[in-house]
Design a binder for this molecule. Structure first.
Ligand SMILES: C[S@@+](CC[C@H](N)C(=O)[O-])C[C@H]1O[C@@H](n2cnc3c(N)ncnc32)[C@H](O)[C@@H]1O
Length: 235
């Protein structure tokens, strides 16, 4: 855990300046399709408080700011100072509707039940202990609040899987250099969608479901923290 914690921020510091361009290039524009799907699927209402775990350069946070509107608030947390610096520049125009914090997804620097929604995109695969990250996300949302993640996954159809891996093993490292060689290894060790759904349940989340995008290359997982706060319990 310690080793991964120290090398991951360095890896992302090193690529922060080209991270956004690389995403569009590597995914041939599918990046935008996945964000549009996130917008349709994620239960993020206007005016709510959202946490973006591993916010990186602020791509998802920007989408969340559009979804929550002028009365909403988005907090982004990330271990990499370099990625946060890009996010800070990109999100400056949203003023005090956004807060960016340096912190660890495995020990979120927030009190229990601080947010209505905890969201995260393409981070679970990078952390040493995904179960702990999910438990942390479940802890910081209020009872009745939502946890939603978007992450690369394992396409169920064998021929898609073969094509995807033929691409994924070589092309990102070829386009992006050594830091991108980490990508295939991080996915290989990551559970398939059904197993990740079980991990959501193990983190104490209810109403767990997932949606496959682009033949299962990417998956959105959703869960809800059970219970309602006493103030809204009627009897
Ligand atoms: C692939 S990027 C995703 C960034 C962003 N969510 C997006 O969708 O573009 C992964 C991010 O997770 C961050 N990260 C990795 N491990 C972390 C941890 N333990 N705590 C907080 N952030 C972490 C990295 O610094 C990086 O910014």
């Amino acid at each position: 855990v310690g080793e991964q914690r120290s090398f991951v921020p360095h890896l992302f510091d090193a690529i922060a300046g080209r991270y956004d361009a690389m995403n569009w290039l590597m995914t041939a524009g599918l990046w935008g399709v996945w964000h549009a799907a996130f917008r349709r699927q994620a239960p993020v209402a206007r005016g709510v408080r959202v946490l973006d775990v591993g916010c990186g350069t602020g791509e998802l946070a920007r989408l969340l700011l559009r979804m929550t509107g002028p009365a909403g608030h988005v907090t982004g947390v990330d271990l990499s100072a370099g990625m946060l610096a890009v996010a800070r520049r990109k999100l400056a125009r949203f003023g005090d509707r956004v807060t960016l914090v340096e912190g660890d997804a495995l020990a979120l620097p927030f009190a229990d039940a601080s947010f209505d929604v905890a969201a995260s995109a393409f981070v679970l695969r990078n952390v040493a202990d995904p179960d702990r990250m999910l438990a942390e996300m479940a802890r910081v949302v209020r009872p009745g609040g939502h946890v939603v993640t978007m992450e690369l996954s394992h396409p169920p159809a064998p021929w898609v899987r073969r094509l995807f891996w033929a691409y994924f093993r070589r092309v990102p490292a070829w386009l992006g250099g050594r830091p991108y060689a980490w990508l295939p290894a991080s996915l290989q060790a990551f559970p398939p969608a059904e197993e990740l759904a079980r991990r959501f349940c193990a983190a104490g989340l209810a109403e767990v479901r997932f949606v496959r995008l682009t033949a299962g290359i990417v998956c959105i997982h959703l869960g809800r923290r059970p219970g309602l706060p006493p103030s809204v319990r009627l009897y």
